[in-house]
Design a protein around this ligand. Structure first.
Ligand code: HEC
Ligand code: HEC
Length: 278
């Protein structure tokens, strides 16, 4: 504490106090702790920090504390609690991911993995959303999970697929979306009204051979990869690797994809309306 002059006014005392506190905090802790930030899933989290031995060490600790029970020590999805879940935890040794902004068959961006960990995969009993981890801890655990597959050493992560701004949602676009939905065969899996009851639905499996249920479009809140228009557009464009959900980047024009997005949203909103009006 610096020595105070004899004639202390309230203002000078406050000024000294303000000087003294940070000096004390600095002395107690050699370096000031970096601010802990918690970016939510629907906001851009900024740039990942450089991968250092320290970051990998934190990542290993977070993984053992929060992920290992389901994803397993080797990251192969065979954790003790994971085996009890309705939806199999991801096997990170395959390097295949459902939630990507990169083209079908490629590795995801770090920011895609960030969004997945913050958002979780909620339908039935699946992966929770991790909101208690700081941004730095999420980046650290991402660096750790990349050590489970050789793909991260041998492949480049391509740039994200084109995501033009959404056109206005009009009644005509929703109607056109219904037509494209029918013509493209989405209903074989997702059902005519999007109830996940298409004729192929009962026989669908993950690449691992375990059964998978197609998305139910009347339950927008259950969407794994986000339910904002840009999220659904991304899912239809990039497909969901490791599952039967294909990419429609080639089969559908950008305009047709937006039309389907709005049709899917209208199915979900229609269902919500029915539930409220009952
Ligand atoms: C309660 C079990 C559980 C815990 C704990 C858990 N996960 Fe998961 N995780 C799952 C399940 C189940 C899936 C598959 C979800 C699906 O396909 O619907 C999954 C999928 C993922 C995916 C795949 C994303 C994609 O695009 O395919 C990532 C990444 C992931 N988890 C990371 C983590 C990390 C990191 C942690 C720890 C901070 C963690 N998980 C903790 C159950 C869990
Ligand atoms: C061969 C079957 C099949 C066809 C055809 C198919 N899907 Fe899917 N779709 C799936 C499966 C299975 C899932 C769920 C994957 C998962 O949960 O991991 C899925 C998931 C989705 C999701 C993901 C929602 C979320 O959870 O974020 C959307 C959106 C979607 N499909 C749209 C479409 C559209 C639009 C079409 C047609 C243009 C289509 N699908 C055609 C099987 C199919």
């Amino acid at each position: 504490m610096p020595h105070l002059p004899r004639q202390v006014t309230r203002a000078t005392a406050l000024a000294f106090a303000a000087l003294a506190v940070p000096a004390f905090a600095f002395a107690a802790q050699a370096a000031p702790a970096p601010a802990r930030s918690f970016t939510p899933w629907d906001k851009a989290p900024g740039m990942p920090p450089p991968v250092t031995p320290e970051l990998l060490e934190i990542g290993g600790r977070v993984f053992r504390g929060a992920c290992l029970g389901c994803h397993g020590e080797k990251g192969n999805g065979e954790g003790r609690e994971g085996k009890l879940l309705q939806i199999p935890p991801r096997d990170f040794t395959q390097g295949a991911f459902i939630s990507r902004s990169t083209p079908s068959g490629s590795l995801p961006l770090d920011t895609d993995l960030f969004r997945s960990i913050r958002h979780g995969f909620k339908p039935a009993i699946g992966m929770p959303a991790f909101n208690f981890l700081s941004d730095r801890e999420v980046w650290a655990v991402i660096a750790h999970l990349k050590t489970f597959s050789e793909r991260w050493k041998t492949e480049q992560v391509p740039p994200p697929v084109e995501a033009p701004p959404a056109p206005p949602r009009t009644a005509a676009a929703v109607k056109a979306g219904a037509e494209v939905y029918k013509a493209t065969g989405c209903a074989f899996c997702h059902g005519e009204k999007g109830l996940a009851d298409g004729s192929s639905a009962p026989s669908l499996t993950y690449d691992s051979g375990k059964p998978v249920v197609p998305a139910n479009f009347t339950k927008l809140a259950d969407f794994k990869c986000g339910n904002r228009p840009e999220d659904i557009f991304r899912t239809i464009t990039a497909g969901m690797d490791g599952t039967p959900m294909p990419t429609f980047a080639e089969a559908l024009t950008i305009e047709q994809r937006w039309q389907i997005v709005y049709f899917i949203q209208s199915l979900g909103e229609g269902a919500a309306q029915v539930a409220i009006n009952r």
